[in-house]
Design a protein around this ligand. Structure first.
Ligand SMILES: Cc1cc2nc3c(=O)[nH]c(=O)nc-3n(C[C@H](O)[C@H](O)[C@H](O)COP(=O)(O)OP(=O)(O)OC[C@H]3O[C@@H](n4cnc5c(N)ncnc54)[C@H](O)[C@@H]3O)c2cc1C
Length: 417
């Protein structure tokens, strides 16, 4: 049996390692165009800022793959022939498979803005983007970033370390307010301004301006204002990377459509991670999960499915974390951006750098969100899974390593009020 995995991100390599353990005698090949060896994508910013070397972003030594009997092929796949079961690569190489796992990840969104393909305009997703950014940064005094989200903040921090001024165009009335409730969103607005970022809310990109040589010289907003810059960062989210699937006959929606076993509708093809759209009939529609730990979980699960076992993907309680400059952010479970029927309890410390939000409905805590602190993942996950009440969570917050100073000063006082 020859299994080919397209993509060496966290999903592809988690699948390969788990499948090797299950099927020691199967051929397993991992194909990827970006790099020969797997590296940690979330660490890209630290390489740029000089906090890590590229070598240190690789979780496994280079010898690991051959020791595991995993063949690595560096190639860009242009076409998938599902009849012949062949991957056709740039340069003409063909790779045969018996079973195929698509783990192609995401790509940066581009919404057809005039000038979006000029030199100096780029996203931040992969190693090619990082190299481009290093080159673009050499000649830049100002960058304009488009779209408010987590990658935009990372890019702002990266550019700031090179002394490049950053203007941030955000369409919404407040930063990331389609995800964050108003209070946390305001905390980020304030933080960005304190960090010297020129944050322009309710401002949309109209066009990117050409300097006459094919390089950007600035942007014009929809309101008509011109802002000079040498870099335009397109950070308006990501979408599943379906570039290899054209003409393949593999059904896609927003992502590659798969069932709970992570199988596509084509018999010998599976998909997992950022690129997969899991078809569900539950409320909330299909599931697109585009974070690190879900890629790992789906990769490990799909290995069992590839091996022929009858398994089904059950998402863990939602978790996400990020850093806005030095401000930590963590969310567990469901914390809606707008208040609905549920009870919400929110505490903010007086310097507006730490907050805690707990969401409760029908006596069960549904979500917990913190800014400026970290909580213990397993503890919070257990509280949500066990349907603990607000009273229980408040009484046991210290078990989640909750900041004792904040706890005693602000929170207890308010709870008791
Ligand atoms: C800058 C940045 C920071 C992030 N930080 C965090 C974070 O802090 N926490 C978090 O949870 N998530 C973070 N994410 C998201 C996280 O990195 C992704 O969810 C995760 O990498 C998805 O893994 P994957 O294996 O599904 O896809 P990917 O990591 O995208 O890997 C897919 C691979 O397939 C290759 N590929 C695709 N098509 C082809 C083709 N046709 N031919 C050959 N190769 C191909 C790609 O080049 C890529 O190497 C971050 C993402 C970015 C871009």
């Amino acid at each position: 049996m020859q299994v080919v995995i397209l993509g060496n991100g966290i999903t592809g390599v988690s699948a390969a390692i788990a499948l090797r353990a299950l099927r020691p005698d199967w051929g397993i090949t991992i194909v990827s165009g970006e790099s020969t060896y797997h590296y940690s994508r979330p660490a890209l910013m630290y390489v740029f800022m000089g906090h890590m070397r590229y070598q240190e972003t690789k979780p496994f030594p280079d010898s690991f793959w051959s020791e595991q009997g995993l063949e690595l092929v560096r190639a860009w796949v242009q076409r998938i022939d599902t009849e012949a079961r062949v991957l056709e690569c740039l340069g003409g190489t063909k790779i045969h498979y018996d079973r195929l796992l698509l783990a192609t990840g995401s790509r940066s969104n581009k919404f057809g803005w005039p000038g979006q393909d000029l030199m100096g305009v780029q996203g931040l997703y992969n190693l090619m983007d990082l190299r481009l950014l290093a080159a673009n940064a050499e000649r830049a005094k100002r960058a304009v970033l488009v779209g408010g989200g987590l990658i935009g903040v990372e890019l702002a921090e990266m550019l700031k370390t090179r002394g490049i001024g950053v203007t941030f165009l955000v369409r919404e009335t407040s930063y990331w307010n389609n995800v964050l409730p108003p209070e946390e969103s305001s905390m980020i607005n304030e933080l960005l301004r304190e960090e010297g970022i020129d944050l322009r809310l309710e401002t949309e990109l109209g066009e990117i301006l050409d300097d006459g040589t094919g390089r950007c010289r600035g942007v014009r907003t929809k309101g008509g204002e011109e802002i000079s810059c040498e870099i335009v960062g397109l950070t308006a989210g990501v979408s599943p990377n379906l570039s290899a699937l054209l003409d393949s006959g593999i059904p896609c929606g927003r992502g590659i459509l798969v069932d709970a076993q992570l199988k596509t509708q084509v018999d010998h093809v599976w998909a997992a991670g950022d690129c997969a759209e899991i078809v569900t009939d539950g409320e909330g529609g299909n599931l697109l999960q585009q974070v690190w730990y879900t890629g790992k979980a789906q990769g490990e699960l799909v290995a069992h499915s590839l091996a022929g076992e009858d398994v089904s993907y059950t998402p863990r309680t939602w978790f996400n974390s990020a850093k806005f400059f030095d401000l930590e952010y963590q969310v567990y479970g469901s914390v809606p951006p707008q208040k609905g029927e549920e009870n919400q309890h929110f505490w903010l410390d007086k310097d507006r750098k730490k907050s805690l939000r707990i969401v409760e409905k029908d006596g069960r805590v549904l979500g917990i969100q913190v800014m400026g602190m970290r909580l213990r993942h397993l503890v919070c996950e257990a509280w949500l899974n066990e349907g603990k009440s607000m009273e229980y969570v408040l009484a046991h917050l210290l078990e989640a390593d909750f900041d004792p100073e904040f706890f005693s000063r602000s929170l207890i006082r308010e709870v008791q009020a």
